[in-house]
Design a protein around this ligand. Structure first.
Ligand code: ADP
Ligand code: MG
Length: 733
């Protein structure tokens, strides 16, 4: 199969994954201890090199000669696995470095995860390890596994051994690492390497991505993450590696950062979790919600060619599961393929009269293994089909093993169909199998990789198909479509942002920032309440309204008033001076009644037509500026039809954000309406992304509403709010 022993350049993690000798420091004779389990697992997995147990009080461990310290070992040691009490770790590491050990896996816990003292100890150990040019996994980890036939090393204390396979798995959590190995074993899934990262003092998930980047045996990279050490470096590496092989992530942990109070629309909707999803999306990384789902998708990515579109055909011997499958596929954005007349005729020629030859193809309960093979082959040959799901509810007369064998014989065919599209990965169309069978069937087939991935339920197969589609789309997406880089007077923008140290910018400053950044605004005038009091301000506002030209819109300006229309502080469509005067007086009364101090009035031209959308920026402490686009107006939080993106945002990402909202049809024009100017919306988003990136003091921005209109002259911002603060601190490691 794969040339998994192909030569490759030496890499810095080789001493950790492919050592010729391993010392287990803290090796123990006590069954049930970590120090025993480590030696036991190494022996059990038939480690291809030499094992040196290190224990000052024992002459042998697990029938192996033990040494009192690494310094007493007569031979060279490539890897040291450290499982001594916390306060002994530093001394042990010193001895390892003196011995010339090339890699360390520190199992011991009690470091950065326990507080400042532990963190200081961890940093000191990391520094000396790095200074010596040695790499270290951990501390506080479960260890590493390499199933490569030339190595076969299980340097973990996990109870479940790993099988050889094609998935590289890195877990940030040790406890979950055990669960991961269990699930993998239950599903019969094999791994190339497994690493539990622990505190990531030195080696991080990013290093693992690079380790697997050019490793031919690792076809899918899977990660269980709790945090991103350095999101920017992850982006760079994941975007590059993701072009070569799929990266799947389960990211847990909604942190408290996500729950921070926010008064802006964008801040209220944005939380750490949407940020993480947007970020992973932009990196081309697939996100699963559970370990089980991750493996479901990983199996499909490992064994199937990538689909060239999103049209799915279902072949089944039972109606109910096919309906469930159809629902699941459609809900996940897949399309039920429309079978061509030729395909239907071909199916009708060999299927019984009671069968349905439309999609889903229901061959009814009498379907034979042969029927599966012919039907699948027929639908896969249809140029309107990009992939197939075969569903089999164990029939009375046919064995599921025969059905599976028949499906396997035709899976992956159809790639050279009449559409003529040449596959990038050897052609063929993916086929996933749903077998509703008894337990003994799954037990029989799980260790055999020679068939398409099997699922117990249509929903899991549908999810896996949808992920194949997403990854396929990402792979086909042009590599690079950088944002244009707009010429802007950034010094003037910085001066406006500097008017406030921390808090909301006054409306005139906020308007000028947008204006300087080339975002179209409704014509506006600002009138402050001065020494003359509210009466004088109303007079001045009436004059300002006349200057703009009727009809106008009047709004209150009050420092702490965030949602003006909630308290009656917005009046639209004021057609003449008396109407404007009455509205201004009413607004002044409403603001006072709501307990706010009136700072002034904002007058605007009345904007008409189009749909209200929202553009927003919020700042995530780790990921930096976050852009938001969606359907706007008063009900933003109710519908939450928004998309997020992290900076830097390229043109395709901006386009995908805008086209990606659920209500995009509204902007495309329904019932005879003209479509909004999408090019302008994309440009506004890219301009705001540049603003966010160049001005880290801008912490939050809401343009809500922005009028998305067909006529570019009618498209403009109607309400803007900007919050500034000190720039966020520099990136961590
Ligand atoms: P807030 O969001 O503080 O309640 P807005 O300034 O967004 O106040 O105004 C509320 C609503 O009034 C907007 O969603 C929009 O429907 C309408 N509106 C505001 N300004 C204008 C304008 N210049 N032209 C037309 N309609 C407007
Ligand atoms: Mg508003």
């Amino acid at each position: 199969m794969t040339a998994d022993r192909a030569p490759r350049p030496p890499r810095s993690l080789d001493p950790i994954f492919s050592p010729a000798s391993v010392a287990v420091i803290g090796a123990s004779r006590n069954r049930g201890s970590i120090g025993f389990a480590l030696v036991h697992n190494l022996v059990l997995a038939e480690f291809g090199g030499t094992i040196f147990p290190i224990n000052p009080h024992a002459s042998s461990v697990h029938s192996l000669k033990a040494y009192r310290s690494v310094l007493e070992v007569p031979d060279a040691i490539d890897l040291a696995v450290v499982a001594v009490p916390r306060d002994a770790v530093s001394g042990v590491v010193d001895e390892c470095l003196e011995k010339g050990v090339r890699g360390l896996v520190t199992i011991t816990a009690g470091f950065a995860e326990t507080g400042a003292q532990g963190a200081a100890l961890e940093a000191a150990i990391r520094d000396k390890v790095r200074a010596a040019g040695v790499r270290m996994v951990g501390p506080n980890c479960m260890g590493v596994i390499n199933t490569d036939r030339g190595v076969t090393m299980n340097a973990t204390f996990a109870p479940t051994p790993a099988r050889r396979g094609s998935i590289g798995f890195v877990s940030q959590s040790g406890a979950l690492g055990v669960a991961i190995l269990n699930v993998a074993s239950d599903l019969g899934i094999g791994l190339t390497q497994f690493a539990s990262m622990g505190n990531k003092a030195d080696v991080s998930g990013n290093d693992l991505l690079e380790y697997w980047e050019d490793d031919p045996a690792t076809r899918v990279i899977a990660m269980y993450l709790e945090s991103f050490g350095n999101p920017r470096r992850f982006t760079e590496i994941a975007k590059r590696v993701g072009r070569k092989k799929p990266i799947l992530v389960v990211k847990s942990g909604r942190t408290s950062e996500g729950a921070r109070a926010a008064s802006s629309h964008t801040g209220a909707i944005a939380g750490t979790d949407v940020t993480v999803s947007a970020f992973l999306d932009q990196c081309g990384v697939l996100r699963a919600t559970t370990i089980e789902e991750l493996f479901d998708v990983a199996r499909a990515l490992d064994r199937c060619p990538l689909p060239r579109g999103h049209r799915v055909a279902i072949v089944t011997n039972a109606g109910g599961p096919a309906i469930m499958a159809t629902d699941a596929c459609v809900n996940l954005g897949l399309e039920m393929a429309e079978l061509s007349p030729e395909t239907r005729a071909a199916l009708a020629s060999f299927l019984p009269a009671e069968a349905s030859v439309a999609n889903p193809v229901d061959m009814i309960a009498s379907a034979t293994a042969e029927g599966y093979a012919r039907s699948l082959e027929t639908v896969l040959a249809d140029p309107g089909v990009d992939m197939a799901m075969a569903i089999n509810v164990t029939p009375l007369l046919t064995s599921p093993d025969d059905v599976l064998a028949a499906i396997s014989s035709v899976a992956g065919s159809g790639g050279d169909g009449a559409d003529g599209a040449g596959g990038t990965d050897g052609g063929g169309k993916p086929v996933l199998v749903v077998m509703m069978a008894t337990e003994d069937f799954y037990e029989r087939v799980k260790l055999d990789a020679g068939h398409p991935p099997i699922y117990r339920f249509p929903e899991s197969a549908a999810r896996a198909l949808s992920m194949l589609v997403r990854y396929g789309e990402w792979r086909r997406r042009p590599d690079d479509a950088p944002a244009p880089g707009y010429a802007v007077e950034d010094a003037a923008v910085a001066a406006e942002l500097a008017r406030v140290d921390e808090g909301y910018l006054p409306p005139d400053a906020a308007h000028r920032v947008l204006d300087l950044y080339g975002v179209p605004l409704a014509r506006w005038r600002l009138v402050a309440v001065g020494d003359g009091g509210v009466e004088a301000a109303i007079d001045a506002a009436v004059a300002a309204g006349a200057e703009i030209g009727f009809p106008v819109v009047a709004k209150a300006v009050a420092a702490e008033l965030v949602h003006k229309s909630d308290v009656g502080a917005v009046a639209v469509d004021l057609r003449d001076e008396p109407a404007l005067r009455r509205a201004l007086a009413a607004i002044a009364g409403a603001v006072a009644a709501a307990g706010h101090r009136l700072d002034g009035f904002l007058l605007q031209e009345l904007a008409r037509g189009g749909h209200e959308v929202i553009f927003g920026i919020s700042t995530d402490p780790r990921f930096g500026p976050l852009l938001m686009f969606g359907l706007g107006g008063k009900y933003v939080e109710v519908f939450q039809d928004v998309r997020f993106g992290v900076t830097p945002l390229d043109r395709i990402e901006a386009r995908e954000m805008i086209r990606g909202i659920r209500g995009v049809q509204l902007l495309e024009g329904v019932r005879g309406e003209a479509a909004a100017d999408f090019a302008l919306l994309e440009e506004v988003l890219l301009r705001l992304a540049q603003l966010a990136q160049r001005h880290p003091r801008l912490r939050e921005l809401d343009v809500n509403p922005f009028l998305a209109a067909a006529d570019p002259k009618a498209a403009k911002a109607l309400d803007v709010r900007i919050r500034v603060g000190p720039p966020p601190g520099p990136d961590g490691d």
